[in-house]
Design a binder for this molecule. Structure first.
Ligand SMILES: Nc1ncnc2c1ncn2[C@@H]1O[C@H](COP(=O)(O)OP(=O)(O)O)[C@@H](O)[C@H]1O
Ligand SMILES: CC(=O)OP(=O)(O)O
Ligand SMILES: [Mg+2]
Length: 399
């Protein structure tokens, strides 16, 4: 059985085709910098233990176009891996917001699609795109099962004192206003990898997912007990284009004194803030170049970014009553050694000591970059949301 997984992030579209139940990848790839200058597709095929990669630069305006190009790559030309749409038995979709309705992998029906649609305004950079990808996949693979795996699912174990806001109960009961948390599939995957590498099922972990969207999760005994994103994927850390935590008084002020509309406020906090708003680009690689040129705004953006992560490490050390390991993952977490060093600097009080040398040696598989004397392990772990989605998808199809 072949399962195709589609993972639409806010700036990227990642995909992997797996042969199940062996979970062997047939091909994988990613489309990056969607909607900004310099977008590209990288496609990798796995054949008899060998990897063959190709890269193509072409401007890709949105996720629908990205997916259409990917589907062409899978079925046409030299790289083709399927000869008919029926070669795909199921498509596993990452869906970011599942609200209170979904906690496990779910077969997509018209009702499920309606629920995903209802949550558009709570995850405006994600759920509309996830919905679009479901529609394109339904058209392309009419006989395949379509399955949704929600980012919110892993955080269902967060206790009430952490998931409830300090507002009257009515808003929770009537409007389901609470912390949901996101990037759950990634936090689950990397924390399981860490637990197995440390051989400590009860480990106290802080998972730090730094991509275009960024979030952290405090994990104890394999379960999420708190996370930095909340009702939607907007709160907590500074991100590519999202502000992260901001005092709600700023919103009242802009509405009252500058006549901001709902749309303007949503665009400001979701699309014009974060690294882009402070530093001039949403992409950390561009920020790195600007910093090298001495750009003061980009330097400040990096400082705010690292400072927020440090603050949440302190908060989660308290919540967990200690830390066994912190995990860096996703685009920035895996690839930006300078950011890892900046975050881990001056953390002696928490017994976090990075080994500067090991920090330069990450090559795409789990690496411990803590120094000998560090009581807290610092792990860099490549996330693999697609693998986790394929596993969960297969799980519900064979049950
Ligand atoms: N070599 C690198 N150095 C620094 N940042 C990187 C590098 N490679 C990718 N990134 C950053 O990773 C981010 C995208 O992460 P990713 O996890 O793919 O995002 P998404 O949230 O879209 O899934 C971008 O800000 C990009 O600049
Ligand atoms: C939830 C979220 O922010 O996802 P991504 O980082 O993939 O945009
Ligand atoms: Mg992502």
């Amino acid at each position: 059985m072949n399962i195709l997984v589609i993972n639409s992030g806010s700036s990227s579209l990642k995909y992997q085709l797996f042969k199940m139940p062996a979970k062997d990848p047939i091909c994988s790839g990613l489309v990056e910098r969607i909607g900004i200058e310099g977008s590209f597709i990288k496609h990798t095929q796995f054949l008899n233990g060998q990897k063959k990669s190709t890269e193509k630069d072409s401007f890709i305006a949105n996720h629908g176009d990205a997916l259409k190009q990917v589907l062409r790559l899978l079925s046409e030309g030299e790289e083709a891996v399927i000869s008919s749409p029926d070669d795909i038995s199921a498509v596993g979709h990452r869906v970011v917001h599942g609200g209170e309705h979904f906690s496990g992998a779910t077969l997509i029906t018209p009702e499920v699609k309606q629920q995903i649609k209802k949550l558009f305004s709570l995850a405006p950079l994600h759920n509309p795109v996830n919905y679009k990808c479901i529609e394109v996949a339904e058209e392309t693979f009419p006989n395949a099962k379509q399955v949704a795996v929600f980012d919110t699912a892993f955080h269902q174990t967060i206790p009430e004192e952490a998931y409830r806001f300090a507002i009257p109960e009515w808003y929770y009961k009537e409007h389901s206003i609470r912390v949901y948390g996101f990037h759950g599939t990634s936090h689950k995957y990397v924390s399981e990898q860490a637990i197995s590498a440390l051989n400590r099922p009860e480990a106290k972990l802080i998972s730090i997912h730094l991509g275009n969207g960024c979030s952290m999760s405090a994990i104890k005994g394999g379960k999420s007990i708190d996370t930095s994103m909340g009702f939607g994927p907007l709160s907590g850390l500074m991100m590519g284009t999202r502000s992260g935590d901001i005092d709600p008084s700023v919103i009242f002020h802009l509405m009252e004194h500058s006549g901001y509309s709902l749309e303007q406020l949503s665009a400001l906090l979701n699309k014009q803030s974060g690294l882009l708003g402070v530093g001039g680009s949403s992409d950390m690689r561009d920020i790195g170049k600007l910093v090298a040129e001495g750009n003061a705004n980009a330097i400040l953006a990096l400082k705010i970014y690292a400072y927020r992560v440090k603050k949440f490490i302190g908060a989660y050390a308290a919540v967990l009553n200690g830390i066994d390991a912190i995990i860096f993952t996703a685009g920035v977490g895996e690839n930006d050694q300078a950011m890892r060093a900046a975050i881990c600097k001056e953390m002696e009080y928490l017994n976090i000591h990075i080994d500067e040398q090991k920090n330069t040696q990450y090559k795409g598989s789990l690496l411990d970059i803590s120094s000998e004397g560090s009581a807290v392990k610092i792990l860099v772990i490549p996330t693999n949301e697609e693998y986790e989605i394929a596993s969960q998808c297969y799980g519900i199809l064979v049950d």
